[in-house]
Design a protein around this ligand. Structure first.
Ligand code: PLP
Length: 359
C-alpha cells in the first residue's frame, strides 16, 4: 500500500531491504544490531557514522553538537526551556498544536511570551515573522517549522540579533537543504523522515550548551551537555533507531543525491497534489497558499460523510492512513521523503475518480 500516515511513516524500500539483509547478522559480527552492546567497537562505528552522515547531509557547522535523545520531540518541549531559558523568559510563535504544547511545557520553567499565534483562523496560516514584536529579554525564540496537523510551514525564519532560534523540525527535517547556522537549536522526533519511532535528535550550537541555565537542577537525562558529552551514550541509547537513521542518511546521500535533489522530488509531489486541489470544485485545501507545507497536505470534501467514504474507499484501493487529524477533520496526505511520486500520482488519480462519482 501507499501509506500517507503523519508518523510513524513510510521508510524507503531499499532501506528496509538493507535492514532486513542485516537483521540477523550485522557485517561479520555474529550479532544483530539489536543484540549488540552499545559499548562495543562494532556499535561505536555505527553511531559515529550516523552522526557523520547527518553532518554531511545537513552540512552542520563544526560549532554545533548532535545528540541522539530518547523521549521523542515531546521531551524536547521540556528540555529546551530547562537548558536554554537562561533569562527566565522565551518567545513562542504558536502555529499549531505542537508549538502550543511546547509553549505550555515551557511555562513550567519560566515566563513564556506567545508573541504570535494563528489560532484565530484554526492555524491555517503562518504569521508574518517580520511583523512580530520579539521580547528583548527572551533567551530564545521557538517555532514549529512545519505544522504536521494543519499542513503549514514557515518559509521565512524569525532572525533577531543575539536571540537564538529554536525550531521543532520533526515533520520537515531532511526534506530540503537547511542552513543550520540560522538556528541555535534544531530538534526533531525521528519517526517521519528519519528512522523508526523512539528517538529525537537535537543539533545544538556549542555556546548554548556551554552557557546553559544554572538556576535549575536538571535530571542528568534531561541535560543536553551531559548527554552530548557522553556521545549520546550516557545511558543505553536507542541503538536500533540510530542504526536505521544511518541507513536513511546513506539513502539520501547515495540514492537520492542529497537534499537539493530531495527537495526537488518533494516539491514535485506536493505541486502535483496542490495543482489538482486548486482546480477541483469538490476538494478544498484550507491553507493560505504561501504557507503550504510540502510534507503534509490537508484537504476536505463537501461533507463529513463523503470524507469518511473517501477514506474508506481509498484504503480499499491501497491508499491508507488518509484520515485528517481529529482536531481538523477531513483528510491529510503526509508525503514525506520516502513517499514515491507514484504514490501521489495514484492518490490524485483516485481523487479524480472519486470526484467524478460523487461530485
Ligand atoms: N512536533 C511535531 C511537529 C510533530 O509532528 C510531532 C508528532 O507528530 C511532535 C512534535 C511530537 O513528537 P513525539 O511523538 O516524538 O513526541
Amino acid at each position: 500500500v501507499y501509506n500517507f500516515s503523519a508518523g510513524p511513516s513510510m521508510l524507503p524500500l531499499s532501506v528496509l531491504q538493507k535492514a532486513q539483509s542485516e537483521l540477523l547478522e550485522y557485517g561479520s559480527s555474529g550479532q544483530s544490531v539489536m543484540e549488540m552492546s552499545h559499548r562495543s567497537s562494532v556499535y561505536d562505528a555505527i553511531i559515529v557514522e550516523t552522526e557523520a552522515a547527518l553532518r554531511r547531509v545537513l552540512n552542520i557547522p563544526d560549532n554545533y553538537k548532535v545528540g541522539f535523545i530518547q523521549g521523542g520531540a515531546s521531551t524536547q518541549f521540556a528540555m529546551v526551556p530547562m537548558n536554554l531559558m537562561t533569562t527566565g523568559e522565551a518567545d513562542y510563535l504558536v502555529t499549531g498544536q505542537f508549538s502550543g504544547k511546547a509553549a505550555k511545557e515551557a511555562e513550567k520553567f519560566g515566563t513564556v511570551h506567545v508573541v504570535a499565534s494563528s489560532k484565530d483562523k484554526n492555524f491555517t496560516y503562518i504569521p508574518d515573522v517580520d511583523a512580530v514584536e520579539y521580547s528583548p529579554n527572551a533567551s530564545y525564540i521557538h517555532i514549529c517549522e512545519n505544522n504536521t496537523i494543519y499542513g503549514t510551514r514557515f518559509t521565512k525564519l524569525p532572525q533577531v540579533d543575539g536571540i537564538p532560534l529554536v525550531a521543532d523540525m520533526s515533520s520537515c527535517i531532511l526534506s530540503r537543504p537547511t542552513d543550520v547556522s540560522k538556528y541555535g537549536l534544531i530538534y526533531f522526533g525521528v519517526q517521519k523522515n528519519v528512522a523508526p519511532a523512539g528517538m529525537a535528535v537535537a543539533i545544538v550550537r556549542e555556546d548554548l550548551l556551554e552557557n546553559a541555565r544554572t538556576d535549575l537542577a536538571r535530571p542528568a537525562m534531561l541535560d543536553y551537555k551531559t548527554l552530548i558529552d557522553a556521545r549520546s551514550m550516557y545511558n543505553t541509547p536507542n541503538c536500533w533507531s540510530i542504526y536505521m537513521m544511518g541507513l536513511v542518511l546513506h539513502w539520501i546521500e547515495n540514492e537520492v543525491g542529497g537534499l537539493t535533489e530531495m527537495e526537488k522530488r518533494n516539491n514535485a509531489k506536493a505541486q502535483l497534489l496542490y495543482d489538482y486541489l486548486d482546480q477541483s470544485s469538490f476538494f478544498q485545501n484550507p491553507v493560505n497558499k504561501a504557507d503550504r507545507s510540502i510534507m503534509n497536505v490537508t484537504f476536505a470534501s463537501p461533507s463529513k460523510e463523503l470524507d469518511a467514504k473517501f477514506c474508506q474507499e481509498a484504503a480499499e484501493a491501497g491508499l491508507v492512513n488518509l484520515k485528517g487529524h481529529r482536531s481538523v477533520g477531513g483528510m491529510r496526505a503526509s508525503i514525506y521523503n520516502a513517499m514515491p511520486l507514484d504514490g501521489v500520482q495514484a492518490l490524485v488519480a483516485f481523487m479524480k475518480e472519486f470526484e467524478a462519482r460523487n461530485g
